[in-house]
Design a protein around this ligand. Sequence first.
Ligand code: FEO
Length: 162
Amino acid sequence: MIDEELLNELNKQLNSELYSAYLYLSMAAYFDYKGLKGFAHWMKKQAQEEVEHAMKFYEYINDRGGRVVLEAIEKPPTDWKTVTDVFRHALEHERRVTERIHRLVDLARKHDDKPTEVFLIWFVEEQVEEEKMFSEILQLLEYAGETPQAILMLNAHLAQRK
Ligand code: FEO
């Protein structure tokens, strides 16, 4: 049976992944409203990925005989000053998620829960990818200085996300 403290933290992470989905959907809505359909599409895909992350926690908690407890999801922000600000915010958010995942690994180790530690490895690796993806887009935006040409080019590029 999984330790109670660890189970609570896994449930919190499930909630946090759903918040990530909500945050990126809010960013998508911001871009859709501004007519930046490529950016919006990219964020909607990201929101879907976050729901998949949440479901990994859901299934894992069940597999270990724990109970999934769904709590309220925090309201995400709805406005940002610029496109660059959106990506800056997203990258900061992902860095916080990485810290949370690392703390979870520490907790699994503290309880000598090897299955949970192994389960979390996928997330440790995924966070490297997530941070990389957001930093690369942010770097392009900062480099281009948000000229209309750069925004339109990036908009077309991001529309291709599968
Ligand atoms: Fe679920 Fe973006 O990490």
